[in-house]
Design a protein around this ligand. Structure first.
Ligand code: ADP
Ligand code: MG
Length: 616
């Protein structure tokens, strides 16, 4: 029998490696930006076309390469950054694995132009699917320019897997920020489809943050500084009231390398303690400077995860440093609201939980609207003739009567029966609801006890409401805003908004682009009058990011779900009797009240028979 093992040809091996290093255009952008940084560039220009699917080009004014190095740079395991294994524990450069260029060249058409400062002439190389098409001398400026065209042109499965241009561009922007933030003393420019998205001059870290995320970040951030024998922490944390609905603005850098680390994230979040509203994420830009011997970078192909030898101590240091900054803030600025919300705990009996001084989740009470019966009944939603549903499950007067008659032994004593009836029947008639844990509503049915999840139930009601509106195309009733509202988004969110702007308009927002990353809202859907417009749009975006491409025929469902999620009353909201009654009546007006659009249960019934079994 012949031997069957053989070495894979280079192009195949490179393509396999590319699978790990280059998942999408953003990964190539990251690798190329890092190469420019390692080359000592002070000016870096990133140009992309069609979200990097057609072109990713990076020009730098770094050290450039010799003719031989230019050719070698595309070989696998070819690097100028380390020489032996011990160097792995003393890495100060962004790259060291020597596989990025080889991987990228295996799955794209790449052109490299490079020249060192002392050379008169530069080198120009074309390489396609790992095959060198040409290499010649050329005139070019000092530094390196690399163009990556038609990424995944020879891996159709990968190309088809790519998301929409808006989603891919937002990934690219995120990678761009992850490099541009720590290297704020390098100037960066970024262009997408010939329009400038960012012009970032060399500046301080705060100025870089402002240039990327907007002027108002100046007031939103608190400086963090701590120096210990293990590591040095610097950077900023966002004030609690500016926490976000998405995790987008959370950055850890270790020796200027962006990393993901859930454990250290936990350290920051716990530093906020009760200051942080539910389901919100604090912004932070934290830099950990640490001896390279204390970390292992070589545990992940994209180098976004690293190992700390002493993670526990770093956790404690970060938490203490963030806490100190947050504490300093409340004393310095004498923010009575924040202090009060800490002081009043624990609450007095019957007192409502006061939400932290955060602008999200305003005291919007959807039930007040319903009381006035504006949109819900006029749209035919609450079909009062559909009483069957709930009458089937609630106890009727006869049930109660029967029970009393049956259980009442001294039938002669009519008076006592009457008093009993008066005590019990009216109560049940009003259908007593008990709210527990500010989250669940408990009520008695014919056959048992029903526990309703207030958030899920309301999400279901709103979803049905919105989907009917959308499907009937009668969402267009715009309410003109007295003062148009200008809402600013970061560049990546703004791209996504652009992609779903038609749908946003379809549900009744009168929204238009207003500058590179802001939008003006002239009118909003009548149904959403009392809501925070920015919050609704942010929630739509958040859902869109999670869902990715939404097929056209599912757009309505997607929007209805996102609106319902964002506007539903949440756990923690204290409800009045009337509100609970209203909620349950509305829920059971639907033919299938038991599940939300996402399949979450809205209620749960414990039958009396089961209780009996358990108790006797
Ligand atoms: P690594 O960065 O891990 O060394 P790469 O495949 O990214 O591996 O790059 C291979 C080598 O090519 C680098 O070590 C560096 O010497 C050279 N190189 C890549 N990009 C540039 C650039 N923009 N300027 C100068 N040299 C570069
Ligand atoms: Mg590299």
């Amino acid at each position: 029998m012949p031997d069957i093992i053989h070495l894979l040809p280079d192009n195949v091996a490179n393509q396999i490696a590319a699978g790990e290093v280059v998942q999408r255009p953003a990964s190539a952008v990251k690798e190329l930006l890092e190469n420019a940084i390692d080359a000592g560039a002070t000016q870096i220009k990133l140009i992309i076309k069609d979200a990097g699917k057609t072109l990713i080009q990076i020009n730098d004014n770094g050290c450039g390469m010799s003719e031989t190095d230019a050719r070698l740079s595309f070989e696998r395991h070819a690097t100028s950054k380390i020489k032996n294994a011990s160097d792995l524990f003393n890495i100060r450069t962004m790259g060291f694995r020597g596989e990025a260029l080889a991987s990228i060249a295996a799955i794209a058409q790449v052109e490299l132009k490079t020249k060192r400062i002392d050379d008169n002439i530069g080198t120009n190389i074309f390489i396609e699917g790992s095959e060198v098409i040409s290499q010649e001398a050329c005139q070019c400026s000092e530094g390196t320019s690399i163009s990556v065209k038609n990424l995944f042109y020879n891996v159709p499965a990968r190309r088809n897997f790519l998301k929409s241009n808006a989603v891919e561009t937002s990934h690219i922007l995120n990678e761009f920020y992850r490099v541009a933030l720590p290297f704020h003393n390098i100037a960066f420019d970024m262009y997408h489809n010939n329009s400038e998205m960012h012009r970032l001059p060399a500046s301080s870290l705060m100025q870089r943050i402002i240039n990327i995320f907007g002027n108002n970040y100046n007031q939103r951030l608190l400086a963090v500084n701590a120096e210990t024998s293990i590591c040095k922490i610097s950077g900023y944390v966002g004030k609690a009231e500016h926490s976000k609905k998405t995790k987008g603005e959370q950055f850890f850098f270790v020796n200027n390398r962006f990393i993901k680390n859930a454990y250290l994230n936990h350290a920051v979040v716990t530093a906020f303690e009760e200051l942080l509203p539910e389901n919100s994420y604090p912004s932070y830009f934290l830099f950990i400077d640490i001896d390279t011997k204390e970390i292992d970078i070589n545990i992940h192909p994209t180098k976004t995860e690293i190992k700390f030898l002493d993670e526990k101590s770093i956790y404690a240091i970060i938490k203490a440093a963030a806490k100190q900054s947050l504490g300093k803030f409340s004393i310095d600025s004498i923010d009575f609201d924040i202090e009060k919300s800490i002081d009043i705990l624990p609450l007095k009996k019957g007192e409502m939980v006061k939400p932290p001084t955060i602008k999200i989740n305003p005291d919007y009470n959807p039930f007040e609207k319903n009381k006035k019966d504006i949109s819900f009944s006029s749209s035919g939603f609450i079909n009062k003739t559909n009483k069957d549903n709930w009458e089937k499950i609630y106890p009727t007067d006869e049930n109660i009567q029967l029970k009393i008659d049956h259980s009442e032994k001294s039938r002669e004593d009519k008076n006592s029966v009457d008093t009993d009836k008066n005590n019990i029947i009216p109560e049940v008639k009003r259908k007593q609801f008990i709210q527990v844990n500010a989250a669940y509503i408990i009520t008695q049915l014919k056959t048992g006890i029903m526990i309703v999840d207030q958030q899920n139930a309301h999400e279901k009601i709103l979803f049905e409401h919105f989907i009917a509106h959308l499907n009937n195309n009668n969402f267009q009733i715009k309410q003109q805003q007295l003062f148009p509202e200008v809402i600013e988004f970061n560049a990546s969110d703004s791209m996504l908004i652009k992609e779903i702007i038609h749908d946003i308009k379809a549900i009744g927002f009168d929204i238009d682009e207003f500058g590179p990353s802001s939008y003006v809202i002239n009118g909003i859907p009548a149904d959403l009058q009392e809501c925070n417009t920015k919050q609704i749009l942010e929630n739509l975006l958040e859902q869109y990011k999670i869902t990715g491409n939404v097929p056209t025929d599912e757009k309505n469902i997607f929007i209805a779900k996102a609106l319902a999620k964002s506007l539903s009353i949440k756990h923690g909201k204290i409800l009045q009797q009337e509100e609970m009654q209203n909620l349950i009546d509305q829920l059971f007006a639907f033919p299938s009240p038991d599940k939300t659009a996402d399949g979450k249960n809205t209620f749960y019934i414990i039958p009396f028979s089961e209780m009996e079994k358990k108790l006797h």
